[in-house]
Design a protein around this ligand. Sequence first.
Ligand code: MG
Length: 252
Amino acid sequence: MVRLKTKREIELIRESSKIVADVLKLIGAHAKPGVTTLQLDRLAEDYIRSMGGKPAFKGYGHSKSNPFPGTLCTSVNDEVVHGIPSKRVLRDGDLLSVDVGVHKDGWYGDGAHSFAIGEVSEDLQRLMEATEEALYAGIAQAKVGNRVHDISAAIQRHVEGHGFSVVRDLVGHGVGAALHEEPAVPNFGHPGTGIKLKEGMTLAIEPMVNAGGWEVKVDADGWTVRTLDGSASAHFEHTIAIVNGKAEILTQ
Ligand code: MG
């Protein structure tokens, strides 16, 4: 069931989402060659707690024996999402995707951004740009009168128009009272299908885009998702609310 939010509830989701946006800005300022992903994770956790929030991903998981250990998901190069922060040192030319969720006063915000570490190749730059543009193309379709796959189709069209592919195994989602709510928001699909978008819906829209094929695999750690063909991948995400008929971005 899709849970529609009141104006007041959207304000609370906005507060968590604002912390998400601040964290991504902070990480953007510190993600440089020579830094480890664990150092970035510590920075993020300290900031979130200083704002009275809790890292939403830490301890998350379907299996109690293997909860996600980080505040951030840090996914480098061919890692798509859910990379675990570690002593891995970022190098010049890496592409780092950072995903972060914040839980505050009972409400969640979720966002992601891919960063160029030092100087990246033109190909990686194009991949990042196309992914971010696809996110905004999707957000533009998140309005009353449309259906959820109008968002999906706009993302897919933009990505494939640039010769890249959208990951099929992982999707965007409703967000707010829980980190993952209905509906699923795939990054592929047919326009005019899926449930109707309504006032008060809050969604995490998040294209995950591979430079090569869309297939992915999961590492032995049970979390890290990487491209099957070893090509690079980028990820951008905003939490949005449908207010006055159209999308308002809460994570900025
Ligand atoms: Mg998400």
